[in-house]
Design a protein. Structure first.
Length: 335
């Protein structure tokens, strides 16, 4: 049995743990000087994670709460997302390097009287928007529309830039497609087709008046901008997957990953360079000049969704932080 949800959730945590010590070295040379050749990058002991996995767990908990109350719906998901994001902010963050956008937005969300869209950081498209979205691509029983809207909503509570929403949607879509058996060679063309279909789809029931805080004349114009930025980087991936040198820093081809669309693009590239070698995929993503923990986190989700739980060595999977809770969610969603 493939168990793609378990594979993706454990994979993202392992990638996150691999990239945690390399994130701020900002040079593949410095990383290899400190940790050895990238193809042999060791899993740290202990295998601690960053805010990427911590916030993924928050999204997974919110999904469980929302679905326990009935079909996924805007208000039914918004409330537990807000609660889990606030709870995340009050957990010990030492060593997790939480993003400024998340901290700033969640500080505003602590005011229960404040509408969530007034807390959203409309100018931010940081990769915090999509590093945590994998659970929405994995949970069973959602229509394509609900999956898309939920992926955008979980991003929008903190990151209000339209590209953050589109990149989160695409990341969840990629995880979902791979979990369902899409071939790696078909993945980017399918994502491009999906982005083209979604360009002017604004999920008004889920996002409300979020767009009113931007210069755009309508919600459709607002979200179109984000999809167009994502289509641009998907084009980069489509080109790079055919000619990129696996020994080169993937950020050279598709961006450093500090912003959401580049995090998706470079993670896709790392996965596509090594679609049947998950450890090499996450190691490649963790040894870059960019946001290595987030790149490896998303890469691990993609590789695990495609190959399933057996992609990861038991010795690694058994000791990664949050492993027990992630396996519990995986078992629920793989059933």
């Amino acid at each position: 049995m493939k168990r793609p949800a378990t594979g993706a959730l454990i994979g993202l945590a392992l990638g996150d743990a691999l990239g945690k010590p390399t994130e701020f070295l900002r040079s593949t040379g410095r990383i290899e000087e400190s940790y050895g050749p990238w193809r042999e990058l060791p899993l740290p002991t202990p295998a601690l994670v960053t805010d990427d996995t911590d916030m993924t767990v928050a999204v997974a908990r919110a999904l469980r709460t929302a679905l326990g109350r009935g079909d996924l719906a805007p208000l039914r998901l918004t409330a537990p997302l807000r609660e889990e994001y606030v709870a995340w902010a009050f957990r010990p963050q030492a060593g997790r390097a939480p993003g400024r956008t998340c901290l700033r937005a969640v500080a505003l969300l602590t005011d229960e009287k404040r509408p969530w869209h007034d807390a959203s950081q409309l100018d931010s498209k940081g990769c915090g928007a999509n590093m945590r979205v994998a659970p929405i691509g994995l949970v069973p029983g959602l229509s394509d529309t609900r999956r898309s809207a939920a992926a955008q909503l979980q991003a929008a509570l903190t990151h209000g830039h339209p590209t953050a929403l589109a990149a989160a949607d695409l990341t969840a879509r990629a995880v979902h497609l791979l979990a369902r058996g899409t071939r790696p060679d078909d993945l980017v063309p399918e994502l491009i087709a999906y982005a083209q279909e979604q360009r002017r789809v604004y999920h008004r029931a889920w996002l409300g008046t979020l767009w009113l805080g931007t210069p755009n004349p309508s919600g459709e114009d607002y979200i179109e901008f984000g999809w167009d930025e994502c289509l641009k980087v998907l084009g980069w991936v489509d080109s790079a997957r055919h000619h990129a040198d696996p020994e080169s820093d993937p950020c050279v081809y598709t961006g450093e990953g500090w912003i959401a669309e580049e995090a998706l693009a470079t993670a896709l590239l790392c996965f596509l360079l090594f679609p049947d070698e998950p450890l090499l995929a996450v190691r490649r993503a963790a040894c870059t000049a960019g946001d290595s923990d987030s790149l490896a986190c998303v890469t691990g989700a993609l590789a695990g969704a495609y190959l399933g739980a057996d992609a990861w060595p038991a010795e690694w999977a058994d000791r990664v932080e949050f492993g027990e809770e992630l396996r519990t969610f995986g078992a629920e969603w793989d059933a």
